[in-house]
Design a protein around this ligand. Structure first.
Ligand SMILES: C[S@@+](CC[C@H](N)C(=O)[O-])C[C@H]1O[C@@H](n2cnc3c(N)ncnc32)[C@H](O)[C@@H]1O
Length: 279
């Protein structure tokens, strides 16, 4: 049976008022207060599965409540100290399930804090969201990363860059890294009006399940290749990859026409070229 809070939790709007949590733009604070929506996010298949979880930026604790109600043990890191009293109340309501860290998610060792196998789930602050995702996707991968899945709310434009297909405007380095390392899909679109205060744009929850990496390709080779290729995305590869030693030979070996542009090259083709570069 999923745990119930020991005490009746106040509505999130009251939590914000009681603790004076006016949203800070600098901290990327757009809070979700609709508990049904939050429960739906926590219930995305594979997002938690009753396993330990790690949350970035619990804020007043809306998603945190939903994760705890879904039965997970949770470690959550919050940078805004004003939120700590509200989170301490949640700790009291779900005894033994929640550990709050006060600090910067960009600086803590999430693996050491959350433990291997944790599911990462967060409504990310827009200013550090992409950097955090790249960090998690760049973790040691042998043959899987330390985390089990990522379930992350982003601004729609970032979500589209993660799942983009070749030949589209959003296709680029983030799509290639994300899709090389995971099966990534948009699990839910969230209207801007669901947030307090509403951001200017729509958002989406992206769910990423890591793929085992038996392919012997190193991240650094794929990164160098895609940095060069997308540094001049409208140019033909024979031009954009001129400065990368071995790249044109690798294209020929893999059978990618150097007259193509980066935005037409599939993830599998980039990976194949990176594999040759790393030999
Ligand atoms: C978009 S809000 C989400 C809040 C809450 N989880 C929700 O869904 O309503 C982002 C949260 O991340 C916190 N935050 C911003 N930068 C952070 C950082 N570098 N490390 C940890 N938390 C951060 C903010 O203070 C804020 O609480």
């Amino acid at each position: 049976m999923p745990p119930e809070a020991r005490v009746k939790l106040p509505p999130l709007r009251d939590v914000i008022a009681t603790h004076g949590l006016q949203a800070s733009k600098a901290l990327g604070q757009n809070f979700l207060l609709d508990e049904q929506l939050l429960d739906r996010i926590a219930a995305i298949p594979g997002a938690i599965d009753g396993q330990p979880a790690f949350e970035v930026g619990p804020g007043p604790g809306g998603l945190t409540r939903a994760i705890l109600r879904a039965g997970a043990r949770l470690v959550a890191v919050e940078r805004d100290r004003r939120c700590l009293p509200a989170l301490a109340e949640l700790d009291a309501a779900f005894p033994g399930q929640l550990r709050i860290l006060s600090g910067d998610a960009m600086e803590i060792d999430a693996r050491a804090e959350a433990g291997d196998g944790a599911h990462i789930i967060a409504n990310l602050p827009y200013n550090v969201g992409t950097a955090l995702l790249i960090g998690w996707l760049s973790a040691d991968w042998s043959p899987l990363p330390w985390w089990s899945t990522l379930t992350l709310m982003f601004q729609m434009e970032v979500a589209e860059r993660i799942v983009a297909q070749p030949g589209t405007d959003h296709y680029g380095r983030l799509a290639i890294l994300s899709q090389w390392r995971s099966d990534a899909r948009i699990a839910m679109k969230v209207h801007r009006s669901a947030f307090t205060p509403p951001p200017k744009v729509m958002s989406a929850v992206v769910h990423l399940t890591p793929k085992a990496a038996p392919d012997g390709v190193q991240l650094k080779h794929l990164e160098r290749l895609t940095a060069a290729a997308f540094g001049q995305r409208r140019k033909m590869l024979r031009q954009s990859l001129k400065g990368l030693p071995g790249a044109l030979d690798a294209l020929a070996e893999v059978g990618v026409d150097p007259q193509r542009r980066a935005e037409t090259v599939s993830v599998d083709e980039f990976v194949a070229v990176a594999r040759v570069l790393g030999r």
